[in-house]
Design a binder for this molecule. Structure first.
Ligand SMILES: NC(=O)c1ccc[n+]([C@@H]2O[C@H](COP(=O)([O-])OP(=O)(O)OC[C@H]3O[C@@H](n4cnc5c(N)ncnc54)[C@H](O)[C@@H]3O)[C@@H](O)[C@H]2O)c1
Length: 274
């Protein structure tokens, strides 16, 4: 049997949703986190590590064929917390991979790297990033770090800009951002195995008719999402078109959180000034 993959942030919510699919696909998965996950299945083993420490990251990454990096703080937090738990952990996981000659690295990035684009715009991933939070700045940093390790050290990297990891959309925004855990696992498998992955960024969404994002690169890499947000649309409560920033912009609530700017000059509007 081939070497396991390493899943960081394995005690967290997204990991709990995707672990069964990763195990079914890869057969062996090494899990790491500050805290142990609930229960281990045959084929999974857990190693506790604090990834803010390079030695611990290096020790836990030994003997794996690729790293799937989920560890971090989801949602907004202080700069100190973001620097440590989201940025330092990413650097240490990448550095451990480089030192150990691990060729594949998949990163749980986020749609919030482009949060300040209006929902009326369709993005292909090549536009300038407009992060909507300190959380999102850590994801911009992570994508840039993966790019560096790909170009400079020949690592094969995939950043997945996950929309909303959930088994069914719960509101109107999630009709656009829904990413079923099985589809997340499919993209991760592409990141670990596809021969054409080099230095790539894809959108983490299922087959969503209302998506704001063109996922052409993922499709070119063979991604065929199994789930469609539209299949759940009927069960959703009616949308609330409040006209608030959070409802106009792709990042939703993280855009309006702490917002103290000029409401006419945010994000993409500001870019259009001459
Ligand atoms: N939930 C979503 O819809 C979504 C969307 C986009 C991106 N993401 C990303 O997916 C990842 C997982 O999200 P989640 O919702 O499962 O978060 P979570 O908080 O449930 O899990 C993250 C895990 O990282 C671990 N961690 C934090 N600091 C660590 C450290 N120093 N060393 C080792 N482990 C550490 C935590 O203990 C936690 O178990 C995050 O990077 C998040 O930003 C999630």
């Amino acid at each position: 049997m081939s070497e396991p993959i390493l899943l960081t942030g394995a005690g967290g919510k997204v990991a709990a949703m995707i672990r069964p699919y990763l195990l079914a696909h890869f057969g062996a998965v090494k899990l790491t986190d500050l805290r142990p996950p609930e229960a281990l299945a045959p084929g999974e083993e857990f190693h506790q590590a604090d990834l803010t420490d390079l030695d611990q990251a290096h020790a836990v990454a030994k003997g794996v064929r690729g790293i799937v990096h989920l560890a971090g703080l989801p949602g907004e937090n202080t700069w100190d917390a973001v620097l440590d738990a989201s940025m330092k952990t990413t650097i240490n996981a990448l550095e451990a991979a480089r030192l150990l000659g691990i060729e594949r690295f998949v990163f749980a990035s986020s749609n919030h790297v482009i949060g300040f684009y209006p929902r009326s715009e369709r993005l292909d991933g090549n536009e300038r990033m407009l992060p909507d939070s300190r959380y999102a700045v850590a994801k911009v940093f992570g994508e840039a770090a993966l790019s560096l390790y790909a170009d400079k050290y020949g690592m094969r990297t995939l950043s997945i800009r996950i929309g909303t990891a959930i088994d069914r959309p719960r509101n109107v925004r999630e009709l656009s951002t829904f990413h079923h855990p099985e589809d997340i696992a499919q993209l991760i498998a592409i990141g670990i195995e596809h021969p054409d992955v080099r230095n790539d960024v894809v959108w983490g969404i299922s087959d969503n008719a209302d998506a704001w994002w063109d996922n052409g690169r993922a499709e070119a890499l063979g991604y065929k999402p199994r789930y469609r947000a539209a299949d759940f649309a009927d069960s959703l409560p009616a949308g609330t078109a409040s006209g608030d920033l959070a409802d106009l912009l792709q990042g939703g609530g993280l855009t309006s959180l702490e917002f103290d700017g000029d409401p006419n000059l945010w994000g993409a509007n500001a870019l259009k000034r001459d």
